[in-house]
Design a protein around this ligand. Structure first.
Ligand code: NAP
Ligand code: MG
Length: 493
């Protein structure tokens, strides 16, 4: 039984409707039924949320509390996420179309982000300079930035907001979050959990509604000190341009066309499964999708055959079924993008080995796991982020050739290499233009390990200690002790 849920925005600790009274609905992409109704916020709602976050920052307790006090609240949120794991996972599966087992994993990983971020409030310290002259003491302290605007996508709604929010809050900022319209439910639930955990009013606000209204307003708002955005490279560039008008700090996590490189000496069993997982996990709607397989000439035919055999075993279907590995495609627009690029792949002469079509279904939108072989580096299916279950296979001769192909897109989010040879692994890891390099694994992430993109995949870093730097401002304090030699009469007094 699938029912619809009514949601309210959270502004200044209160659950509110949009000022216009308008709302919008989300239809489950797998079941074709309404699963949620949300307020359609606009710029007036964004303004109210920024004002609340401003007050909470400028005169509220949150930034003034000790790190230890903030840490207690963040730990409580982590516990509440774990308490509500099943209901949060169900919202993610229904709104996003992702398999319920993967949704549960996403919620569990989200709780781990909050647990980790709760260790940071007591570590946001700076430097002291005790060697700039006997009469001086210099300090560089870290301060919160202020109000952080957060704009998030639909593919991992709860995980991605939690790569930002607890880290920004840990160091004393306040926040206004705008989730994607397609998947606003869990961000609202998260706000309710923050409230239940004892976070003061206004520290965390969520405004639902279209990006061009709410998101745009946050990017241009003079009361917002930083924008952190995860989404497409195109929208990221617009946000950066808009943020320039008020010289906001900007952090961007954008798209990727990530290569998995398989050398001839790789452990084949492990690599085959990781390639299949890497491209079909979350329907391929994943910034870290391993959407390009680069395989060394000598083993290419055998390796690709094994990938195709394994991909054919991947079950596509109802996200609420525990056995499903690939769920529904999130939106008709996303389906159009996938079909257009697959059509271009066929037209450009790549060899379609598996899939390539929508999967017949009475309700919902599904796409078959797809493999293209003999893809050339300049084809659009080798260059553009498809954000669907589509693998493009390219072949290479040696590690230099692999690096040349791997680095030949505008993106640089992640890259991986499978080899038993430490020299090749280190050479690749050093020379890959990517924010993350996986060696003999793929998409393994940890709250401790910073994450972000090279080139057009982003700007700045999330997670780990880098998050403290990202969400703080440095202040220099120079202290002079003792007498001063007068500028006017030269007397020391
Ligand atoms: P998107 O279209 O760029 O949207 C992302 C967010 O921006 C949504 O909340 C959207 O709101 C909002 N938005 C849209 N237009 C805006 C504007 N003019 N001003 C301000 N905000 C605006 O991306 P998506 O389709 O949701 O997500 C897919 C993309 O995200 C892919 O390219 C993927 O690679 C990337 N991604 C990157 C990472 C990473 O960490 N690097 C992680 C996940 C996803 P509405 O949709 O509600 O209008
Ligand atoms: Mg979009």
């Amino acid at each position: 039984m699938i029912s619809s849920t009514e949601y309210a925005m959270i502004v200044d600790g209160q659950s509110v409707a949009a000022q216009s009274g308008d709302s919008f609905e989300r239809i489950s992409p797998a079941h074709d039924v309404v699963v949620g109704r949300y307020p359609r916020g606009g710029s007036a709602d964004a303004d109210a949320a920024v004002a609340a976050a401003r007050r909470a920052f400028d005169s509220g307790p949150w930034p003034r509390w000790s790190g230890a006090q903030r840490a207690r609240v963040l730990r409580r949120v982590a516990e509440l996420i774990e308490r509500d794991l099943e209901s949060l996972a169900r919202i993610e599966a229904l709104e996003g179309g992702k398999p319920i087992t993967q949704a549960r994993g996403e919620v569990a990983s989200t709780a781990e982000l909050w647990w980790y971020a709760a260790t940071l409030p007591q570590h946001a310290y700076g430097d002291a300079h005790n060697a700039i002259g006997e009469q001086y003491l210099g300090m560089i302290i870290r301060e919160p930035l202020g109000v952080v605007g957060m704009i998030t996508p639909w593919n991992f709604p709860l995980l991605i907001v939690s790569q930002k929010l607890p880290f920004a809050l840990a160091v004393g900022n306040t926040a206004v979050v705008k989730p994607a319209e397609l998947t606003s439910g869990t961000t609202i639930r998260l706000g309710e959990l923050c409230r239940e955990a004892g976070m003061p009013n206004g520290v965390f606000n969520v405004v639902t509604g279209p990006g061009r209204d709410v998101g745009q307003r946050l990017a241009e708002h003079v009361g917002v000190d930083m924008i952190t955005f995860t989404g497409s490279t195109g929208v990221g560039k617009r946000i950066m341009a808009t943020a320039a008008t008020t010289v906001k700090k900007v952090e961007l996590e954008l798209g990727g066309k990530n290569p998995q490189v398989v050398m001839a000496d790789a452990n084949m069993d492990r690599a085959v499964d990781a390639v299949v997982f890497g491209v079909y996990f979350n329907q391929g709607e994943c910034c870290n999708s391993g959407s390009r397989l680069l395989v060394q000439d000598g083993i290419a035919d055998e390796f690709v055959a094994r990938v195709v055999d394994r991909a054919a075993l991947v079950t596509v279907g109802d996200p609420l079924d525990d056995a499903t590995l690939v769920g529904a495609i999130a939106s008709p627009e996303q389906m159009d993008t996938i079909e257009t690029l697959v059509g271009e792949g066929v037209a450009s002469g790549a060899e379609l080995l598996l899939g390539g079509n929508r999967q017949a279904s009475e309700t919902g939108r599904f796409f078959e796991p797809t493999v293209f072989d003999h893809v050339a580096p300049d084809m659009s299916i080798a260059q553009e982020e498809i954000f669907g279950p589509v693998l493009s296979v390219l072949r290479f001769s040696d590690v230099d050739d692999a690096l040349r192909i791997a680095n030949s897109t505008v993106y640089g989010l992640s890259a991986g290499i499978w080899t038993q040879d430490i020299d090749q692994a280190v050479t690749f890891a050093r020379r890959a233009k990517a924010g993350t390099v996986w060696v003999n694994c793929w998409m393994d992430g940890f709250p401790e390990l910073s994450f972000g993109g090279y080139k057009e995949s982003g700007l700045g870093r999330e997670l780990g200690r880098a998050a403290i730097e990202e969400f703080t401002e440095l202040k220099t304090i120079a202290i002079r002790t003792g007498p001063r030699t007068s500028w006017v009469d030269g007397v020391s007094r």
